[in-house]
Design a protein around this ligand. Structure first.
Ligand SMILES: Cc1ncc(COP(=O)(O)O)c(C=O)c1O
Length: 403
């Protein structure tokens, strides 16, 4: 018998199945109310306009839309993205842009172009589990820096960098999710953004700004993006259509200094040659017809209501008096619940499933799974009725567990 194991690379051996995907399998039975997924609301999908645009694309550009395209992405879509970014005070040219298979590919390409085995990357604690997988697949050493309600703690970052310096080590980049963090639901404050950029400039470290939820703001005022604040070519930003349009198209884009985008394009070429032209044509047309902002506004209004309802239910039913706290996001899809330190939400998950309600264990979002007293709740996908009933079920489980 051939022993496959002897043939596998160290890279693949270091990779594990996503904990979340495994957990999600347990939450899929119909009687379970799941706050575990990270899916957009199906009501946010613009199905009818897409039917029409898809026909138009096939009628007018069928032979091109079904053909291979360039690795950089469809120029028509790039033009629309340049206009979209300009609305957010980001001025870029085509050479600063690569259209990706959504932002998960952006994360993979960042790993591919920057990380050798053993290289250090700084991430937030907690951080997006898919970023942990992407960077781990290049066998990076991930060092996490705590966050609080204003995002990554700059004092903790400075300390981490100073400790590394003593060991003559320097991270390749600092990875942050500045807007409506997944999983924590918090937003990096303006003051901290400024400090982060100052540090990156002084220490000559790149910043990876991963911002899938940036346009999904339902409260408060926009804070400038790190990309728009940087004058020194320090920031690479990753965006996606997954949360503002449709995740099924698997479309996103990365922006950055030309030299870096060049490398990302080379890395992407080896992975998939190009992003599908078909969905790029459809999306370009959707943007050209000025339909994106209308769709986003509709999505935001749905999430605002659901978020407010979830917060109201948590306020009403969660045992606050027993030290349970949660974040109050100004946008995005998630909030983050934290129990007193001694409680293990991996274990409580089993009890929650017995009571037919599910969340994502917080440990999945930490380097090495080290903290267990938090969990993530999604409010975009469940219905309002499910939010009302599910929070009550969950609050009861937690009330019973906490002495
Ligand atoms: C912070 C963050 N980055 C990247 C992604 C990947 O999303 P996609 O590949 O659909 O763009 C997600 C998805 O939930 C996310 O939350």
């Amino acid at each position: 018998m051939i022993q496959y194991d002897l043939s596998f690379s160290k890279n693949i051996k270091s990779m594990k199945r996503s904990v979340i995907r495994e957990l999600l399998k347990m939450t899929q039975s119909p009687e379970i109310i799941s706050f575990a997924g990270g899916l957009p609301s199906p009501q946010s999908f613009p199905i009818e306009p897409l039917k029409q645009i898809t026909m138009e694309v096939l009628d007018n550009n069928g032979t091109k839309a079904l053909q291979y395209g360039s690795t950089e992405g469809l120029p028509l879509l790039a033009d629309e993205l340049i206009k979209l970014m300009a609305l957010d005070n980001v001025k870029i040219a085509k050479e600063n842009l690569v259209i990706t298979i959504a932002s998960q590919q952006g994360l993979d390409l960042v790993g591919k172009i920057f990380l050798n085995p053993g290289d250090i990357a700084i991430v937030e604690s907690p951080t997006y589990v898919g970023a942990l997988s992407a960077f781990n697949s290049y066998r990076a050493k991930l060092i996490d820096v705590e966050l609080d309600n204003d995002g990554m703690r700059i004092d903790a970052l400075k300390k981490t960098l100073a400790d590394l310096k003593k060991k003559k080590k320097k991270p390749k980049f600092i990875y942050v999710i500045p807007d409506f963090h997944n999983p924590a639901g918090v937003t990096l404050s303006y003051e901290r953004r400024k400090q982060l950029i100052e540090i990156a400039k002084k220490e000559k470290i790149m910043i990876i700004e991963d911002s899938p939820y940036r346009m999904v703001r339902f409260r408060g005022n926009t804070i400038p993006s790190l990309y728009s604040m940087d004058k020194d070519g320090l920031v690479i930003s990753l965006f996606t259509f997954s949360k503002i349009f449709v995740p099924g198209f698997r479309l996103g884009w990365a922006i950055g200094p030309k030299e870096i985008i060049d490398k990302m394009v080379i890395a992407k070429q080896a992975t998939d040659l190009c992003t599908p032209e078909f969905t790029q044509y459809i999306t370009a047309s959707f943007l050209k017809k000025d339909m994106l902002l209308k769709t986003v506004n509709h999505t935001v209004s749905i999430y605002k209501e659901k978020n407010e309802l979830m917060l109201e239910m948590l306020e009403k039913y969660m045992p606050k008096n027993k030290g349970v706290v949660w974040t109050k996001p100004d946008g995005g899809l998630f909030l983050w619940v934290t129990l007193p330190k001694q409680y293990d939400c991996d274990k409580i998950f089993q009890k929650a499933i017995e009571k037919k309600v599910a969340y994502v264990v917080g440990s999945a979002f930490y380097v090495g799974g080290k903290k267990k007293n938090s969990f993530r709740m999604n409010f975009s996908y469940p219905s309002k009725e499910q939010i009302v009933e599910g929070v009550q079920r969950l609050a009861k489980v937690i009330d019973e567990v906490i002495k």
